[in-house]
Structure formats: structure tokens, C-alpha cells
Design a protein around this ligand. Structure first.
Ligand SMILES: [Zn+2]
Length: 221
């Protein structure tokens, strides 16, 4: 059986995955998180083209389902493109606590936008509440959803910090991201084990050395 991936861009819907009109905003709320608005047929056709271009036979048995699998993988890895990760911070609770809140070692995998290869690691997310707190798991949800885009680590770090600063009105936000990039470890310079660390500090974490030092000691505990 051959898999119905067109070589050209046509695009009938297939299963739960839809070839959708990307301007259609109303469909966003109905879509389950695991089924993002991604054109699987077009990705599948492109994967067939790549397989042919590297000298493979996309119709041999072992590769028949590969275009579809890869399309689903991209739908999953880039599912965050169609979501507003800030919505996780819409519910807040009044609290007088005004010291550091830190959720550290939030594991994630994202995709380097230069090579479409994964970078994996952890994010440490901290803020000092300004009268309101959010659920701790929501900070991890923001990281998870922001990670599901093609991007560079620098921008990902800033995006998470901005969302928390904007939505929680916090006086201090610190985001530190530590990863290994496949595009460094498996290709090019091939240096497995090298880590990339980025940070985005706002408010007192940026301006007050004591506040910053307290955050770093909590992260390194
Ligand atoms: Zn890269």
C-alpha cells in the first residue's frame, strides 16, 4: 500500500489532522492541544522529496510510513506556534508572599530554527510576586508551550520572561535556560556535552546584586 502523500500541495484533511485555513481563528479554541493546525500532507510530500533528494527510495517498505510519521512529529514539536502560552497565567491568586518563587529544572525539548534539530535541557523560572501568585505548574506549562516552536534559545528565554513579567505584573523575573544543542553535538563542529546557557533577568534580579545572588544560590542548591 502506498501512502497518500501528494507530491504537490493539494491537501484534503486526513484523520484528525486538518489542512486548515490558517486565518481561521475560530477553530483554535476547538482544537485539542495534541492536534495542532499543521498541514500534514504538505510536510509528508516534502519529506518524500528530501528522501529522494538524498538518494533514497521513498517507496521502499521501511520508508513508506516515514513521511506521515515525520509530519506528525513536526505537528507535535511545533504545536506551540498556534497557542498563546500566556493564557496559562490568566488565573492568579492574591497572596502577600513577596519573596522569590522558583521552579527549577523544568525539562523541555525545542527546535533550533537554523537547522530544525532539537535542543534539550532545563529552564529555571523565578519571580517575586507583586501581590498575586500563579499556580506553580503554570510556569512549567509556559515553558513547555513556548518550547514547541522553531526558535533560538536566546529568544525562547526572553519570551518566557516577558510573558511572566507582563501577565503577573511581577517586580522581578529571572529565567535561566541550560541546554545541549543537537546542531552542535551531532553535526558541524560535533562537540557533544557542550552546554549553552542563556538568562533573562528583569527588575531586582537585574539591578540588585543581592537579589540576583539569592536567586543563583537557590538555583544551585
Ligand atoms: Zn542549530
Amino acid at each position: 500500500m502506498s501512502i497518500a502523500f501528494p507530491e504537490n500541495i493539494s491537501g484534503e484533511s486526513e484523520g484528525d489532522y486538518q489542512c486548515v485555513n490558517m486565518n481561521s481563528e475560530s477553530s483554535t479554541s476547538k482544537r485539542p492541544a495534541a492536534l495542532p493546525e499543521v498541514d500534514l500532507d504538505t510536510i509528508g510530500g516534502a519529506v518524500r522529496t528530501i528522501l529522494k533528494a538524498v538518494g533514497e527510495d521513498p517507496d521502499r517498505d521501511g520508508l513508506l510510513e516515514t513521511p506521515r510519521r515525520v509530519a506528525k512529529m513536526y505537528a507535535e514539536m511545533f504545536g506551540g506556534l498556534h497557542a498563546d502560552p500566556g493564557r496559562h497565567l490568566n488565573v492568579t491568586f492574591e497572596e502577600s508572599y513577596d519573596e522569590i518563587v522558583l521552579v527549577r529544572d523544568i525539562e523541555f525539548t525545542s527546535m533550533c530554527e537554523h537547522h530544525l534539530l532539537p535542543f534539550r535541557g532545563v529552564a529555571h523560572v523565578a519571580y517575586i510576586p507583586n501581590g498575586r501568585v500563579t499556580g506553580l505548574s503554570k510556569l512549567a506549562r509556559v515553558v513547555e508551550e513556548v518550547s514547541r516552536r522553531p526558535q533560538v534559545q536566546e529568544r525562547m528565554t526572553q519570551t518566557v520572561a516577558e510573558l511572566i513579567e507582563d501577565r503577573l505584573g511581577s517586580s522581578a523575573v529571572g529565567v535561566i535556560v541550560k541546554t545541549e544543542h543537537s546542531c552542535i553535538s551531532i553535526r558541524g563542529i560535533r562537540k557533544p556535552g557542550s552546554m549553552t546557557v542563556t538568562s533573562s533577568m528583569r527588575g531586582s534580579f537585574r539591578n540588585d546584586p543581592a537579589s540576583r545572588a539569592e536567586l543563583m544560590s537557590l538555583i544551585n542548591q
